[in-house]
Design a protein around this ligand. Structure first.
Ligand code: NAD
Ligand code: GLY
Length: 392
């Protein structure tokens, strides 16, 4: 495990809900070693019991350092490991986690710390939001996707027999600690999945953010992050890239924390769903077993770009640019064997529906998202867009 605290650290402060609540997002290389001192600084009150929620794999890699740091800072850590994978983001795991918090005698002055990817973060955050009607919560994300997206913005929740992420809450953490060194052990598919979410944010955020994301992918030149993070200059630019990504998401969340149903402008939280309508349909049509979430979003970005072009909203240059950056993020599992009829059938019911009507996030140009009603999209445009993404 790399714990070189001489590597550059970039600290970003995120503001949510028009400054009523704000929290620190610390970004740098080797920060998990200092997690205890950081937790003592960002949590209210004096150090008390801290429930670390993680899974066996991530805790085996980074849990020892986090636990030791917490002990050194005066906390009493209690460790709860959940199963690894989307199917463990469930009501059953939630119940056992709440049982653990209660069994460890956590009180309202204690805290929950999520150490892991989006699955751990979403579940631990939801548990923290409902245990004793809400106790303090910290995020230590360890996947690229969770660093730039799920750990920031306060969406928490679990999956259920009714659907994915349909049960949850908005619950902001007291702080987020992003240690880029943890990415050294991240499997290549997870790196690609994380970059797809970064490209999504670039596509809706504007050229500077997209170009910065593209430049990082260029610098990787197919190398694993592990290799490149040992390079001081790369590590510094990578932290700056994460800071730009996180700041963009934080800005959107600050303006529309609860994704208000009536807000449909280019800065509404809904725009963060760019690439997700088709992405979710792909995940659903393949029973959530074939794609990593970010990979499905990668296809979703290409589909939304093609659809935007077919509806004469977006120019061909921007479509090509997006296709090119997604390609650079890494190979995505093929979609050509999936029946498009099945994919489009899953669009009948989607969490992004407002008043029974599905809304797409499309693009007028990079950085100019537009919310577009499904009812106004001809079936032929959907079919043509599908053909285009499988042929190119
Ligand atoms: P994940 O949490 O399943 O992690 C992916 C895999 O990487 C797991 O096997 C995990 O054990 C492993 N892993 C994590 N960190 C590692 C490390 N440093 N080294 C080696 N292996 C490591 O997947 P994810 O992509 O992080 O998150 C996906 C989840 O996030 C989905 O449930 C999705 O719905 C949710 N999500 C939530 C939001 C939000 O705003 N709350 C946003 C996007 C996605
Ligand atoms: N990942 C979408 C959001 O946070 O709103």
């Amino acid at each position: 495990m790399v714990t070189d605290t001489n590597k550059p650290a970039t600290n970003v402060t995120v503001k949510t809900r028009a400054n009523a609540a704000s929290y620190d997002i610390a970004i740098g290389c080797g920060l998990v070693a200092a997690a205890g001192a950081w937790a003592a600084r960002v949590l209210p009150g004096t150090p008390g019991r801290a429930a670390i929620i993680s899974n066996r794999k991530v805790f085996g890699l980074y849990g020892g350092a986090v636990k030791k740091g917490l002990e050194n800072a005066g906390f009493e850590p209690h460790v709860h490991l959940i199963g690894d994978g989307e199917r463990f983001k469930s009501l059953r795991t939630l119940e056992s986690t709440l049982g653990f918090l209660s069994g460890s005698k956590l009180t309202r002055t204690d805290s929950v710390i999520a150490l892991g990817g989006g699955v751990v973060g979403d579940l631990a955050g939801f548990a923290a939001s409902i245990y004793l009607r809400g106790i303090s919560f910290l995020q230590i994300p360890t996947t690229l996707l969770s660093m730039i997206d799920s750990s920031v913005g306060g969406k928490t929740g679990v999956n259920s027999s009714f659907g994915k992420n349909l049960i949850g809450s908005f619950y902001q953490p007291h702080g987020v600690l992003i240690d880029t060194a943890t990415l050294a052990t991240l499997p290549a598919r997870e790196v690609t999945a994380g970059f797809c979410e970064a490209i999504k944010q670039g596509a809706i955020g504007g050229r500077p953010l997209l170009d910065r994301t593209s430049a990082i992918l260029e610098k990787l030149e197919g190398d694993r992050l592990k290799v490149r993070l040992d390079d001081y200059a790369f590590s510094a630019s990578f932290s700056a890239f994460l800071a730009a990504q996180v700041s963009f998401k934080a800005r959107i969340v600050a303006g529309d924390e609860r994704e208000s149903t009536g807000k449909t402008d280019a800065r509404s939280r809904k725009v963060l769903n760019f690439g997700h309508t088709f992405g979710h349909a792909l995940e659903k049509a393949t029973n959530y077993r074939y794609f990593r979430h970010g990979e499905a979003v990668g296809h979703g970005i290409r589909f939304a770009a093609a659809l935007s072009k077919n509806l004469e909203l977006l120019g061909q240059n921007d479509v090509e640019l997006l296709n090119d950056v997604v390609r650079r993020a890494g190979g995505l599992p093929a979609v050509d064997k999936i029946d498009p009829g099945e994919i489009f059938a899953t669009l009948q019911y989607d969490k992004k529906m407002i008043n029974d009507s599905l809304q797409w996030v499309l693009l007028e140009r990079i950085g100019k998202p537009v919310i577009f009603p499904h009812a106004k999209i001809p079936r032929a445009a959907l079919a043509a867009s599908f053909k285009q993404i499988i042929s190119g």
